[in-house]
Design a binder for this molecule. Structure first.
Ligand SMILES: *[C@@H]1O[C@H](CO)[C@@H](O)[C@H](O)[C@H]1NC(C)=O
Ligand SMILES: *[C@@H]1O[C@H](CO)[C@@H](O)[C@H](O)[C@H]1NC(C)=O
Ligand SMILES: *[C@@H]1O[C@H](CO)[C@@H](O)[C@H](O)[C@H]1NC(C)=O
Ligand SMILES: *[C@@H]1O[C@H](CO)[C@@H](O)[C@H](O)[C@H]1NC(C)=O
Ligand SMILES: *[C@@H]1O[C@H](CO)[C@@H](O)[C@H](O)[C@H]1NC(C)=O
Ligand SMILES: *[C@@H]1O[C@H](CO)[C@@H](O)[C@H](O)[C@H]1NC(C)=O
Ligand SMILES: *[C@@H]1O[C@H](CO)[C@@H](O)[C@H](O)[C@H]1NC(C)=O
Ligand SMILES: *[C@@H]1O[C@H](CO)[C@@H](O)[C@H](O)[C@H]1NC(C)=O
Length: 458
C-alpha cells in the first residue's frame, strides 16, 4: 500500500499531519457516540436496555441525536503535542509494510479471493427482512423503508478464480458438531447476523445464551449441533468503558494494553473456528496502561499525561493479541479480519456526513480514507509478524482483508435508514446517517462466500 506521506515535501507533510491529527480527534469524538449507539440500541424486543437503565433512554427506533462533540479548538492537544502524536502515526508498523501485499501467501498459492468486482446477480439476496428475524434494527434497511433495492442485486466475483455462492446446507453439514465464534465490535455483530440469516434458510438458529448486557450471544443449530458465538470485545484487550446508554461518556476508556480481555480468551480454546477483529474503538479518547501503570493517553487534555496517539495503543494491543493467538497451540482455524472502511461524505458521523450512492463504485473511484489506511497498515503489519510465528507453532491463522471488496460498496450502508422510516413525518427531516455498518441483506453477506471457500473448500 502506498502511503501518501512518503511523497510529500516537508512543508506539505507537516500540514498534512496536522490535518490528520485534527481528523483523528474529530473522529475520536464521533466514535465515542457512534460506536456505542450503533452497538447498543437494539430494537429487538429482547433488548434489556430500557429496563436496566436508570436514565431515560430514547426509544430504540429514534435515538436522540447525540450531543455535539466538544469544540475541537478547546480539547485538541496543542500543536507540539499533536506533532508528537503524529509521529506515532509514522511509527515503524505503519511505514515498513507499505509495499507488501500479504494476500498471496495467505491464499495458499491459490487465487486472490479479495481482489475482484461486483457483478449483477438479479436473483437477489438469499434472505430478506421477512425470512430472517435476527437483523438488528439499525441495519434492517428493508424494514426501515430504504426505497431503492438495486444494492441487493450484486455479487462479489474474484477476478481470477471461481467463487461458488455460499451453500448453507453444505456449510452446516461440514460444520456438524463444530463451534464458531466471531469476536470483536459491532461490525462483528453485523457479520454474525449476516451469517446466521443465511444459515437460517436451512434451519432456524436458536439463541441459547446472552450475557447480562446482551452484547455477547450464542446460537445453536440443533440438527447439526453447530454453535455460533458472537463475543463482544471491541478492543481485544481489557478495557473499562464509561459510557451511559445514551453513548455519552463520563470519562476516557481505561485500556490495559498488556492484558487481554478474558471475555474471549477464556473461551478461546473451546472454539474450532474464530474470526477475530478490532479497530475503530481505538480512535476513542483513552488512558493507556501497561503493567498497571498509566503510560499515556489519547485525547486527554488537562490530564498531565503524554498524548501517545492511537497507533501506539493499537500496535501494542494488537501485537499482544496476535502473540497470544500465534503461540496458543490452537488446532482449529483462526481468521484475523481487518477493520472495515466507512463511506461518510460531506462530513463525519456527528456533523451531517452522509452516503447517498445507490450503486457500487467503479474501481479506483473511492480512495481509502487516511484513518482507515492507518488502521489497516497496523493490522497488516501485526498480522504478518504473527503469521510467521503461528506457522512455526502449527497455528492455522489466516487473513480476511475485505477492504477492496467493501471500498467499492458505498451503496451498502443504512445511511438514514438506520432508523425506522426516518422521513415518514417530515421528508426533510435531519437524521443521523450510518455509513459504517452494513445493510442486511447487503454486501457483507458475500464475506461468507469467501470464508466458506477458505474454511470448507480451501
Ligand atoms: C515532542 O517531541 C520532541 C522530540 O521528539 C521533544 O523534544 C518534545 O519535548 C516533545 N514535546 C512534547 C510536548 O512532548
Ligand atoms: C445469485 O443469487 C442467488 C440468490 O442469492 C443464488 O442462489 C445464486 O447462486 C446466485 N448466482 C450466482 C452465480 O452467484
Ligand atoms: C420487510 O420490508 C418490507 C419493505 O421492504 C415491509 O413491507 C415489510 O413489512 C417488512 N417485513 C418485516 C417482517 O419486517
Ligand atoms: C455437540 O458438539 C459438541 C462440540 O461442539 C460436542 O462436545 C457434543 O458431544 C456434541 N453433541 C452431540 C450430541 O453430538
Ligand atoms: C466483556 O463483556 C462484558 C459483558 O458483555 C462487557 O460489559 C465488557 O465491556 C466486556 N469487556 C470488554 C473489555 O469489552
Ligand atoms: C511491573 O511493575 C512492578 C511493580 O509495580 C515491577 O516490579 C515490575 O518490574 C514491572 N514490570 C515491568 C515489565 O515493567
Ligand atoms: C505533571 O507530571 C509531571 C511528571 O509526572 C510532574 O512532575 C508534574 O508536577 C505534573 N504537573 C501537574 C500540574 O500535575
Ligand atoms: C448529503 O449531505 C450534503 C452536505 O450536507 C447535502 O447537501 C445533501 O443534501 C445530503 N444528501 C442527502 C440525500 O441527504
Amino acid at each position: 500500500m502506498k502511503l501518501i506521506w512518503r511523497l510529500k515535501s516537508l512543508n506539505e507533510y507537516s500540514s498534512w499531519i496536522f490535518k490528520l491529527a485534527v481528523a483523528v480527534l474529530l473522529l475520536g469524538f464521533a466514535c465515542r457516540l457512534f460506536f456505542y449507539q450503533s452497538s447498543s440500541f437494539e430494537p429487538n424486543i429482547e433488548t434489556p436496555f430500557v429496563e436496566l437503565s436508570k436514565e431515560p433512554v430514547p426509544s430504540a427506533e429514534i435515538p436522540e441525536p447525540p450531543p455535539p462533540p466538544p469544540p475541537v479548538t478547546v480539547d485538541m492537544p496543542k500543536p507540539p503535542a499533536s506533532v508528537n502524536t503524529s509521529e506515532t502515526f509514522l511509527s515503524s508498523g505503519v511505514q515498513e509494510h507499505e509495499d507488501e501485499t500479504p494476500q498471496e501467501e495467505l491464499n495458499d498459492g491459490k487465487c486472490d479471493l479479495f481482489t475482484g468486482d461486483w457483478i449483477p446477480n438479479t436473483s437477489g439476496p438469499m434472505y430478506t427482512n421477512a425470512t430472517c428475524s435476527l437483523i438488528e434494527g439499525h441495519q434492517n434497511c428493508m424494514r426501515n423503508g430504504r426505497p431503492d433495492s438495486g444494492y441487493l442485486l450484486w455479487r462479489w466475483n474474484p477476478r481470477n478464480c471461481e467463487l461458488p455462492p455460499f451453500d448453507a446446507q453444505r456449510f452446516l453439514e461440514v460444520m456438524r458438531n463444530k463451534r464458531w465464534a466471531l469476536i470483536g465490535d459491532s461490525i462483528s455483530r453485523n457479520h454474525v447476523q449476516s451469517l446466521l440469516c443465511i444459515l437460517s434458510t436451512v434451519e432456524q438458529a436458536v439463541e441459547v445464551y446472552h450475557d447480562e448486557e446482551y452484547k455477547s450471544k450464542r446460537w445453536h443449530f440443533a440438527s447439526y449441533n453447530f454453535t455460533m458465538s458472537n463475543i463482544w470485545s471491541p478492543f481485544l484487550v481489557k478495557a473499562a468503558i464509561f459510557e451511559d446508554n445514551n453513548g455519552v461518556s463520563s470519562s476516557e476508556v481505561q485500556l490495559q494494553l498488556d492484558k487481554l480481555d478474558t471475555n474471549w480468551t477464556n473461551l478461546y480454546q473451546s472454539f474450532d473456528y474464530m474470526i477475530i477483529s478490532t479497530g475503530k474503538w481505538f480512535l476513542k479518547a483513552a488512558i493507556y496502561h501497561e503493567n498497571d501503570t498509566e503510560v499515556g493517553c489519547h485525547i486527554c487534555p488537562g490530564k498531565n499525561l503524554t498524548e501517545k496517539g492511537f497507533v501506539f495503543a493499537y500496535e501494542k494491543a494488537l501485537r499482544y493479541a496476535m502473540n497470544f493467538i500465534a503461540t496458543s497451540k490452537h488446532r482449529g482455524l483462526i481468521f484475523f479480519r481487518t477493520s472495515t472502511p466507512d463511506h461518510f461524505e460531506n462530513g463525519e458521523w456527528h456533523n451531517g456526513g452522509n452516503c447517498t450512492k445507490i450503486t457500487p463504485a467503479k474501481e479506483g473511484e473511492i480512495e481509502l480514507k487516511d484513518l482507515n489506511k492507518i488502521l489497516r497498515s497496523v493490522e497488516l503489519a501485526e498480522f504478518e509478524k504473527a503469521s510467521a510465528k503461528a506457522a512455526e507453532n502449527g497455528v492455522n491463522l489466516k487473513l480476511l482483508d475485505f477492504t477492496n471488496l467493501l471500498l467499492s460498496r458505498p451503496d451498502g450502508h443504512p445511511g438514514p435508514y438506520r432508523q425506522f422510516h426516518p422521513f415518514a413525518q417530515d421528508k426533510n427531516a435531519k437524521v443521523q446517517n450510518d455509513c459504517l455498518h452494513w445493510c442486511l441483506p447487503g454486501p457483507i453477506d458475500y464475506w461468507n462466500d469467501v470464508i466458506m471457500e477458505m474454511a470448507v473448500n480451501g
